[in-house]
Design a protein around this ligand. Structure first.
Ligand code: RM4
Ligand code: MN
Length: 391
């Protein structure tokens, strides 16, 4: 393929790619040391959606917002979905939360007490009701279940309980609804997490059925883990349901995607593009799962979306024919050079052109800053309790 054809194909793919935003990124968040409040932070899910819609307005590629239940509980979910539509966005995945109730201290779906397990399953059924009311088609399950001490509970019995509970939740989904199961290697449990890795998540979802897939949170791996390898494996099995994009220097830092390691993000997107999984109908949801503790939230989400777009653009520019030829010829350095040529391309002008062709300002961050929205909501949103992580 000629370079100019590749550029045109990249532009058309970039126009179609979408990235989903997390409602919780717009509320206050912090560490166990301090949560710093920011001016103009939303006070309810309606205001969170309004802020998320700004990100879509200036990037053109972020039309969905994930909700977290119970943080985003409202009386009228159809009203919330209509509000989203009026703002030009849609409700995306519904995230369950079984990590903040006292009953879940020793686990949720893996808890030794059947009463607690039933409560955790019921919470997921409540999330499925939210999906029905909002038109969301995807349930995202992340379990904080785990053990702190050897011998604390039976490793095997806990896997059995999770399998049983997940089957009940999966059975409650409508035929056109899907489930993704997220894994995380540690925290809040320190000795064992019950769904710690992609293998465990994959085994559980394969036992459930075709509408269950794995969600890969980039911050949920041990340092040095080769994430693009996992991406390739899950794609081979048709079981990559979603990403939770963020970046990390040490643990689950939830920093802006592409900030810590843009090269890793490119390598991930290279596997995605090779498999055609960037296409809108691929079934892979590109979500952000981030917290902005010290940076302003809307600009941080805009930057994150731009980082994903730039990594995707570079991946789309890889000369796959030349790469394959070099690989088959055993040309180690030649193949590496083809990949690095794409990574080393400054794609910012290309992505700016795509935006202009979509009728957008080529510089979303500057356009948002010039709009006065941040100052307006800071003046308007006084009184009430600011939304935060956990609310
Ligand atoms: C968890 C996990 C989930 C997210 C919560 C806030 O670590 O990554 O995806 O919903 O945090
Ligand atoms: Mn996550």
């Amino acid at each position: 393929m000629a370079a100019s054809t590749r550029t045109e194909a990249a532009k058309s793919a970039l126009r179609q790619q979408t990235i989903e935003l997390p409602s919780w990124a717009f509320g206050n968040s912090g560490t166990r040391f301090k949560v710093f409040g920011q001016p103009g932070v939303p006070r309810d899910p309606f205001e969170k959606l309004a802020d998320a819609a700004q990100v879509h307005q200036y990037t053109g590629v972020a039309p969905r917002v994930s909700l977290h239940i119970p943080w985003d509980l409202v009386d009228d979910f159809s009203g919330l979905a209509r509000h989203a539509e009026d703002l030009g966005v849609q409700i995306g995945m519904i995230n369950s939360n079984v990590f903040q109730d006292d009953d879940f201290m020793l686990g949720s779906l893996a808890h030794p007490d059947p009463r607690v397990r039933a409560k955790a399953v019921d919470h997921h059924k409540q999330c499925i009701d939210v999906m029905r009311a909002t038109g969301s088609k995807d349930l995202k399950v992340w379990l904080s279940d785990g053990l702190n001490y050897p011998g604390q509970d039976s490793i095997r019995a806990r896997q059995d309980r999770i399998a049983e509970s997940l089957a009940e939740i999966y059975g409650a989904l409508d035929d056109d609804q899907h489930m993704v199961l997220e894994y995380k290697f540690f925290e809040p449990a320190f000795y064992i997490t019950d769904v710690p890795d992609w293998g465990t998540s994959l085994l559980h979802v394969m036992a459930l059925g075709d509408r269950a897939k794995v969600v890969l949170d980039t911050g949920h791996h041990a340092p040095g883990t080769n994430i693009e390898f996992i991406v390739a494996q899950l794609l081979r099995q048709g079981r990559l349901g979603a990403f939770d994009f963020n970046s990390r220097f040490y643990a689950d830092d939830d920093l802006m995607v592409g900030a810590a390691d843009p090269f890793q993000l490119f390598r991930i997107m290279h596997e995605i593009v090779l498999a055609g999984a960037h296409a809108p109908d691929s079934g892979v949801n590109f979500m952000l799962d981030q917290c902005h503790n010290i940076e302003p939230k809307i600009p941080a989400q805009i930057r994150s979306v731009m980082n994903v777009q730039e990594a995707t653009a570079k991946a789309l520019l890889v000369d796959v024919e030349a790469l394959t030829a070099a690989q088959l010829a055993g040309d180690v350095l030649g193949a590496h050079a083809v990949l690095m040529d794409a990574y080393d391309t400054d794609v910012r002008p290309l992505v700016a052109e795509v935006r202009e062709e979509m009728g957008l300002d080529p510089n979303p961050r500057a356009a948002f800053a010039a709009s006065g929205y941040a100052e307006k909501v800071a003046a308007e949103r006084v009184g009430g309790a600011q939304a935060g992580w956990g609310a």
